[in-house]
Design a protein around this ligand. Structure first.
Ligand code: NAD
Length: 391
């Protein structure tokens, strides 16, 4: 191959490097495993597949997926990790890297992350590191992963100092969900996933928020056609938001709504006892309380948000969190995050359903009060709570 000769600049001219990377990938919601694998074949026509899942997903859905992969001629090898946030760390990632090397995976082979956000974040980070980056496809099996974690290419593992501290941006080649996988999801994880969908309604889509308010009983009852619409709507909102800023150059992102306090709660409880979605729900409730106390958030929006979280059986108050959380330990964890970042702690505060503001002037006292506030009075539409009570 003949390239044009490269002219050398004058000795003191600044040399400029340029690396522009913009990815585009399909997000597919299949109605069967057979259909999901057909889509997978279109994006991975002849590469070998390294399938990563967790023990629970492997036991429930692994055999059927591998049978279908085999039937459609996709060569694959599989490994599992221990389920839960406790696995999202460098030790698991290192074990997966060893496994890829031992399985002689090549740079153009494909890692497939089959599971919830923990599998997707961990395997995605491993894919970003193995041979300086191998392609990967996400097959989300939780509601949370379908509406959020599988999209956007933010991959990471946790560190004792902060959640997602070790991470990268590595965009997937495709995201393919199959609604039948959701049918086995425990109620607690349905509610946790719903928190990330509620978040997207509050920050960017009154229509999505209304869908959740209206169809909440059917969502909690895992009615697959409604779940399909919910995932489709929430994924659309997330894709539109990341399209504006795919590599998070602007740290004032509305997608972080509920995550400032939420991540701190996960850190102080040791990653696991409080599910990510539960922590985000609590973080959203606290941010709403701060915003409402400042008279930034309308009464109606404040009530609608807290009501929908309560109806979904999500923790709005400290007393409803599955593990004890002391306000001072959250404030100390937030201080560490502030130091790691640029000395500022950004809060996304809701103003109305569909509108937020980002500020870095929230005081420790406001945080303390928002966390310690006594339980929100029960709402008149609190009927779902009884059958979705905390496990
Ligand atoms: P998870 O991956 O731990 O899954 C929850 C539990 O459900 C696990 O025990 C799993 O084994 C089980 N499970 C998964 N699929 C199942 C199924 N179909 N049937 C029965 N059980 C099933 O948790 P999650 O809530 O999916 O994800 C949380 C993680 O996602 C957090 O680490 C969070 O930080 C991350 N996250 C990442 C992003 C991102 O942009 N990368 C966004 C949001 C959340």
């Amino acid at each position: 191959m003949i390239h044009d000769a490269i002219t050398l600049p004058a000795p003191h001219d600044t040399v400029r490097a340029r690396a522009v990377h913009r990815a585009e990938y399909p997000v597919v919601l299949a109605d069967s495993v057979e259909e999901a694998v057909k889509h997978l074949r279109t994006v991975v026509p002849d590469q070998r597949i390294a399938l990563v899942t967790d023990d629970t997903v492997a036991a429930l859905h692994g055999r059927e997926l591998r049978h279908e992969l085999h039937r459609q001629g996709v060569v694959n090898t599989m490994t599992t990790i221990t389920p839960g946030e406790e696995s999202k760390n460098l030790r698991t990632a290192e074990r997966l890297l060893d496994w890829l090397a031992d399985s002689r995976m090549r740079r153009r082979d494909v890692l497939v992350a089959f599971g919830g956000g923990v599998v997707i974040d961990t395997a995605g980070w491993v894919a970003s590191a193995y041979m300086r980056g191998m392609p990967y496809v996400n097959l989300p099996t939780t509601l949370l992963a379908g509406v959020d974690a599988a999209l956007g290419g933010k991959v990471a593992v946790d560190h004792p100092r902060a959640k997602n501290l070790i991470g990268a941006f590595h965009q997937p080649t495709a995201v393919i969900a199959a609604t039948p996988w959701l049918a086995t999801l425990p109620a607690r994880h349905v509610r946790a996933g719903l928190a990330e969908a509620v978040k997207k309604g509050v920050i960017a889509s009154p229509a999505l928020f209304e869908l959740i308010e209206r169809d909440l009983p059917e969502i909690l009852a895992l009615e697959l056609p409604i779940l399909h619409r919910l995932i489709h709507g929430a994924a659309t909102v997330k894709c539109a938001l990341i399209d504006r800023d795919p590599y998070e150059e602007d740290l004032r992102r509305p997608l972080n709504f509920g995550h400032t306090i939420g991540h701190a709660v996960e850190t102080v409880t040791g990653y696991g006892p409080v599910l990510h979605g539960e922590a985000v729900a609590f973080g959203m409730a606290c941010a709403a309380r701060i915003s409402h106390s400042r008279s930034w958030m309308t009464d109606t929006a404040h009530t609608r948000l807290l009501t929908v979280l309560q109806r979904a059986g999500l923790p709005c108050d400290r007393a409803h969190l599955p593990a004890p959380v002391h306000p001072e330990s959250v404030i100390a964890a937030l201080d560490k995050i502030r130091l790691i970042r640029d000395g500022r702690l950004r809060f996304v505060l809701p103003i109305d359903i569909g509108t937020t503001a980002v500020t870095d002037d929230v005081t420790d006292d406001e945080i303390r009060q928002a966390i310690s506030r006594p339980p929100h009075p029960p709402t008149t539409r609190n009927t779902e709570r009884a059958d979705t009570a905390a496990p």
